[in-house]
Design a protein around this ligand. Structure first.
Ligand SMILES: NC(=O)c1ccc[n+]([C@@H]2O[C@H](COP(=O)([O-])OP(=O)(O)OC[C@H]3O[C@@H](n4cnc5c(N)ncnc54)[C@H](O)[C@@H]3O)[C@@H](O)[C@H]2O)c1
Length: 246
C-alpha cells in the first residue's frame, strides 16, 4: 500500500463488520493503528472475525448488536469507553423480489436494517463524538442512485441513506463533523463467490474496468474519507464501482 494512514489513538465503530465489506473496513482501520469496535448480529461471523483478527489483541472489540433494534444499539454504545472518531454504517441485508411478489415483511426487514438501522446506531453513538476528528461514513449502493430490478426495498433504503447523509452533513457540520456516503458497485464477497462463473463473467462485462471490486476497494475509500486530508469533503456520495454507473 502506498498510502500510510495513522489512526493511532482513534476509535472506529463498524457495523456489519464481522464479514464482507465491513470486515475489510474494520481490518483497514486496525492496520492503521485505530481501535475498532465491530458491531454485528451474526455470532458465527463474529467468532470467525475474532479468530482472524486475534493479532490485533485488545485494539478490537466485538459486540453482538442488531442495528434494527434501538435497545440493542444503546446497550452496545454504553459499553464503549469514551470518545469515538469514525462511525461506518455498513450493516445491510437484501430480500430481493420483483415489486409484484415482494411481501410487506420483506419490505419491512430491509428498511429496518438498511435505513432505520443507521438512525438507531447513529442516535446511540452521537454523544460519543467529542474530540475530533469526527466522521460518519454511510454505505449506500449504486442501486440507491439508479434503482434496480427486484430491489424496491433495497433501492428505497439505499436512496434514503443518501438523503440522510446529506441532511446530517448539514446538521452536524457545526460540530466539525463530516458525513459522506460510499456507493459500491459490484463487489466480490462470499455472496458473489457462490455465483456461477457465467453470471460473474456477465457482471464483469458490464463494468468498464472489466472486473468486480474488492471489499478492500471500499475500505480504501473509507480510510481516505476518514483522513485529515478529507476534512473538507462532506455531503458527497463517492461511487466506487469501476465506472459501472457512467
Ligand atoms: N457486496 C456488494 O456488491 C455491495 C454493493 C453495494 C452495496 N453493498 C452494501 O455494503 C454493505 C456490506 O455488504 P456485504 O456485501 O459485505 O454484505 P455481507 O452480507 O457480507 O455482510 C453484512 C454484514 O452485516 C451484518 N448484519 C446484517 N444485518 C444486521 C443487523 N441487523 N445488525 C447487525 N449486523 C447486521 C451481517 O451479519 C454481516 O456480517 C451493505 O450495506 C450492502 O448493502 C454491498
Amino acid at each position: 500500500m502506498n498510502i500510510q494512514y495513522n489512526f493511532q489513538g482513534k476509535t472506529a465503530v463498524v457495523t456489519g463488520g464481522a464479514q464482507g465489506i465491513g470486515f475489510a473496513i474494520a481490518k483497514a482501520y486496525l492496520t492503521a493503528g485505530c481501535n475498532v469496535s465491530i458491531w454485528d448480529f451474526s455470532q458465527d461471523a463474529l467468532d470467525q472475525a475474532k479468530a482472524e483478527l486475534s493479532s490485533f489483541g485488545s485494539k478490537v472489540q466485538f459486540e453482538k448488536v442488531d442495528v434494527s433494534n434501538k435497545e440493542s444499539c444503546s446497550a452496545a454504545a454504553s459499553k464503549l469507553p469514551g470518545n469515538i472518531n469514525y462511525l461506518v454504517n455498513n450493516a445491510g441485508i437484501t430480500r430481493d423480489k420483483s415489486f409484484k411478489k415482494m411481501e410487506a415483511s420483506e419490505w419491512d426487514a430491509v428498511i429496518a436494517t438498511n435505513l432505520s438501522g443507521l438512525f438507531h446506531v447513529t442516535k446511540s453513538l452521537f454523544e460519543k463524538f467529542q474530540d475530533g476528528p469526527k466522521r460518519i461514513i454511510n454505505i449506500s449502493s449504486i442501486v440507491g442512485l439508479f434503482g434496480n430490478f427486484g430491489q424496491t426495498n433495497y433501492a428505497a433504503a439505499k436512496s434514503g441513506v443518501i438523503g440522510m447523509t446529506k441532511t446530517w452533513a448539514r446538521e452536524f457540520a457545526r460540530s466539525g463533523m463530516t458525513v459522506n456516503a460510499i456507493a459500491p458497485g459490484f463487489i466480490a464477497t462470499k455472496m458473489t463467490a457462490g455465483m456461477p462463473k457465467e453470471v460473474l463473467e456477465k457482471m464483469e462485462a458490464k463494468v468498464p474496468l472489466a472486473k468486480l471490486g474488492l471489499p478492500e476497494d471500499i475500505a480504501n475509500a473509507c480510510l481516505f474519507l476518514s483522513s485529515e486530508e478529507a476534512s473538507y469533503i462532506s455531503g458527497t456520495v463517492m461511487s466506487v464501482d469501476g465506472a459501472l454507473t457512467l
